[in-house]
Design a protein around this ligand. Structure first.
Ligand SMILES: [Cu+2]
Length: 164
């Protein structure tokens, strides 16, 4: 009789002990999962990650088509940092470049003399003929009204208006 009672009490204590143990274990495991990642991901890294990625995705790419009638649209308003792609839809060659012809020095830093440099990505000048079907692209980093022309057919002009 006494032995049975001891066994029952033992089982009860053991059961309670395991309950407490598993419960506190569950709590210990749950706490970091719920608290730590939510605080970390939602506040700090989210902010530092969003800013550069927003900058990258904020860049819009605009298309100007070069046809027998000239550049279309003739005037295009974009935001600073946007990229413009000129697509040559004529059978002739195309060479978009900033004014004035023939020096191409109006857009800051531009000069047709710099076309011999290895990196011409910062000057608003195609620097060479772009054949039918080819596309020239330029990213505008300067605010202003920038007139350009086809260096191979100067009467064809266009304007890119870059706003803040
Ligand atoms: Cu020119």
């Amino acid at each position: 009789m006494y032995k049975k009672l001891v066994i029952i009490i033992g089982v009860v204590i053991l059961g309670w002990g395991m309950y407490v143990l598993t419960r506190s274990e569950a709590e210990v495991v749950q706490e970091p999962v719920v608290e730590a990642p939510v605080a970390d991901v939602a506040t700090e890294p989210a902010e530092t990650v969003v800013t550069p990625s927003q900058e990258a995705t904020n860049q819009e790419v605009h298309t100007v088509t070069y046809t027998v009638d000239g550049f279309s649209p003739q005037e295009l308003t974009i935001k600073v940092g946007d990229r413009v792609v000129w697509i040559n839809n004529t059978t002739a060659d195309m060479w978009p470049a900033t004014g004035m012809h023939p020096t191409h020095t109006v857009y800051p830093g531009s000069d047709i003399k710099k076309c011999t440099e290895a990196d011409t990505s910062m000057i608003f000048d195609a620097c060479r003929p772009f054949a039918s079907g080819d596309a020239y692209a330029f990213t505008f980093t300067e605010v202003g009204t920038w007139r350009y022309h086809d260096h191979l057919k100067v009467s064809n002009t266009g304007t890119i208006i870059v706003t803040e």
